[in-house]
Design a protein. Structure first.
Lengths: 113, 113
């Protein structure tokens, strides 16, 4: 399986500011995804990061709030914009390497004050 | 839309006993069913998966069974150990869902000493 890293691992931010989360994979992957996980909850897909084109967002998530970049097959960023306390969560990237199996990064714990 | 239901939400078993977690999916076209284990503060980790052309798969103390007719699949853990305590998520992949997974709500497994 791929080795996936995320930066930062955690952050505390003030409301109204933005945070960019990076996801790096040690090999080229077919698909990259961004999830949000509230404490004690399941995984909610935010969007699929498409290489060379705009991300595909799930219902309830919009590009203005969660802009995503994927400049190549090993790297993606998720920005949480104009943050509010409701954005406090764990943000996870995952990758699929050509089959359906997804592997997850370690996550970014975000607290918005 | 496609849906995955997971039961129970919490399962408490005596160490050494077996644990069974069940999931039901709605899309008959789903063809891939992974199970993930998430320990507290950690990322979800794939523990076993099964494809629709197989009825059962086993890996040491863990097994997964699939009933395509009834559209449900189950995770079986035998001889449970304290390190099995975690949250377990099932998921289903649809044939045309572009590698996306539909997630169950999760089961918190507690192993009592």
């Amino acid at each position: 399986s791929a080795v996936i890293s995320q930066k930062p691992s955690r952050d505390i931010c003030q409301r109204g500011t933005s945070l960019t989360i990076q996801c790096q994979v040690d090999s080229q992957v077919t698909m990259m995804f961004w999830y949000r996980q509230q404490p004690g909850q399941s995984l909610t897909l935010i969007a699929t990061a498409n290489q060379g084109s705009e991300a595909t967002y799930e219902s309830g998530f919009v590009i203005d709030k969660f802009p995503i970049s994927r400049p190549n097959l090993t790297f993606s960023t998720l920005t949480v914009s104009n943050m509010s306390p409701e954005d406090s969560s764990i943000y996870l990237c995952s990758v699929a390497t050509g089959e359906e199996t997804q592997y997850f990064g370690p996550g970014t714990r975000l607290l918005v004050l | 839309g496609e849906n995955v239901e997971q039961h129970p939400s919490t399962l408490s078993v005596q160490e050494g006993d077996s644990a069974v977690i069940k999931c039901t999916y709605s899309d008959s076209a789903s063809n891939y069913f992974p199970w993930y284990k998430q320990e507290l503060g950690k990322r979800p980790q794939l523990i076993i998966d099964i494809r629709s052309n197989v009825g059962e798969k086993k890996d040491q103390r863990i097994a997964v069974t699939l009933n395509k007719t009834a559209k449900h699949f189950s995770l079986h853990i035998t001889e449970t150990q304290p390190e099995d305590s975690a949250v377990y998520f099932c998921a289903a992949h649809g044939r045309d869902s572009n590698y996306q997974l539909i997630w169950g709500a999760g089961t918190k497994l507690i192993i009592k000493p």
